[in-house]
Ligand binder design. Structure first.
Ligand SMILES: Cc1cc2nc3c(=O)[nH]c(=O)nc-3n(C[C@H](O)[C@H](O)[C@H](O)COP(=O)(O)OP(=O)(O)OC[C@H]3O[C@@H](n4cnc5c(N)ncnc54)[C@H](O)[C@@H]3O)c2cc1C
Length: 420
């Protein structure tokens, strides 16, 4: 064992591998354990945006609450709750509703802003001098609106973000088409966020980070963690499908499944999953230079290296329910109208995917040490921004494991904040 000791990281999604790379560069011996290969779950199919502080406004808002009853009835709405899952979701939903109040939302935005601040730079440090750097583009992001009303209804959020120091520009339809000629006349207005970067392939980026972990001396192991043994306030052993693993220090970064691992530690976290979908038109060049978000519907469009990806949607149905790929088709229906002349080759291969965003009801991750366990840290629950925050929260976690001040007040991110 190296001088600094050994850290086991559960989860080889983008959050786990980024954390592992920060730790291994810090001088720790690191083993990442995942039941699948790196990046094969939620980190596989996201929209690829690495956002800055202009994404600090949390999803729960008075508008979402107003729209909830309609969303419950409408299978096609951008946020949908399966009726059969509603009773199980209730405790989560009640905190969601509380988080939507104007004062609480502003408080959460400020706290989240502090975590997002530096996320883009953390990614730059993480991939500097590695294969991952070639997968990131620095072009900004356009949030496009089909109606003036939609654009105007986001004005209050824009004002808060500006006050917090975020950079954003307001464009009319003609102006945004000048920056992005592929946009159709359906686009009435846009907010341009110049500080947002994007990757052309989130899966390859996650793999590249995992490769960097191994190149730096870390280990990535395939096994499922099935049990955790704790004694005298320390995690001692993991039971896995590949046998027992002794633990010196432990980081839990298992995305949407982290609640199950927390339960093995006797800790309750109010984590649920917002299931999202994508469709990729392989080999199709949409001509899009900028990644887009549909302002009214909240989904993303991004020209990836493999083709055009349309990704988004929120479905609350629990971790294990089968996918409903009709939701991916709805995004395509709504997305293609934004593009001028979008006609994929009739022979284009089209794939659909469902991924599970790990989300706590106040939309703040669980980040930091765990009460009552001296050698364990949580780092999960990054909701719609797990790619964005992987490097930043990896650095924060490495600081904590090394016993350094992370330079950020982590009080609002306490993993057990809903059960104290
Ligand atoms: C449609 C969609 C679009 C998105 N777009 C964006 C975007 O543009 N920008 C952005 O920043 N974010 C985006 N996100 C969110 C982002 O993808 C997630 O927040 C992020 O991938 C979560 O990463 P993770 O490492 O926490 O989880 P995951 O990638 O799911 O990794 C968790 C890993 O833990 C492993 N694991 C779980 N339990 C065990 C166990 N018992 N034993 C061993 N291993 C275990 C799993 O196998 C898995 O590989 C999007 C998400 C979706 C669904």
């Amino acid at each position: 064992m190296g001088e600094r000791g050994h850290v086991t990281v559960i989860g080889a999604g983008v959050v786990g591998v980024a954390t592992a790379l920060c730790l291994v560069r810090d001088g720790f011996d690191v083993t990442v354990i995942d039941r699948d290969g790196p990046g094969e779950n939620c980190s596989f199919g996201n929209a690829g945006m690495i956002c800055d502080t202009s994404s600090a406004m949390p999803l729960p808002s008075s508008k979402v609450v107003r729209d909830l009853p309609r969303m419950l009835m409408d299978r096609k709405s951008s946020l949908h709750i399966r009726w059969s899952y509603l009773p199980a979701l209730m405790p989560w939903l009640l905190v969601f509703l509380k988080s939507a109040g104007a004062r609480q939302r502003l408080h959460n935005a400020r706290v989240f802003h502090a975590l997002l601040d530096g996320a883009v730079e953390s990614w730059e440090r993480l991939v500097d001098g590695t294969q991952g750097a070639a997968l990131i583009r620095k072009r900004g992001l356009a949030i496009v609106y089909e109606t003036e009303g939609g654009f105007v209804s986001a004005a209050a959020d824009r004002a808060i973000l500006r006050e917090l120091g975020a950079e954003l520009a307001e464009l009319n339809g003609a102006e945004v088409r000048q920056s992005e000629p592929q946009l159709s006349d359906a686009v009435a207005a846009a907010t341009f966020l110049p500080g947002v970067n994007h990757t052309v392939n989130p899966y390859r980026l996650t793999r590249a980070v995992a490769d960097s972990v191994v190149a730096a001396g870390g280990v990535v192991e395939t096994a499922t963690v099935t049990g955790i043994e704790v004694s005298d306030g320390r995690v001692r052993t993991l039971r896995t499908t590949a046998g027992e693993r002794k633990v010196d220090r432990l980081v839990v970064s298992a995305g949407a499944w982290s609640g199950r691992l927390a339960k093995m530690l006797g800790i309750r976290v109010l984590l649920d999953t917002e299931r999202g979908y994508h469709t990729v038109f392989h080999g199709t060049d949409s001509g899009l230079r900028l990644p887009l978000i549909h302002g009214e519907q909240g989904f993303g469009m991004n020209q990836m290296d493999e083709g055009l990806r349309i990704a988004g949607s929120v479905e609350m149905a629990g971790i294990d329910a089968p996918a409903d790929y009709a939701r991916a088709d709805i995004l395509v229906e709504r997305g293609r109208g934004l593009l001028r002349d979008f006609e994929p080759e009739p022979s284009a291969r089209i794939t659909r995917w469902m991924g599970r965003r790990p989300t706590l009801p106040d939309y703040l991750p669980a980040l930091g040490e765990v009460d009552g366990l001296a050698n364990t840290w949580f780092n999960f629950g990054h909701q719609h921004l797990g790619l964005t925050l992987a490097a930043r929260s990896g650095e924060v976690t490495a600081n904590l494991v090394a016993g350094r001040d992370p330079g950020l007040d982590l009080g609002a991110f306490r993993p057990d904040r809903f059960h104290r």
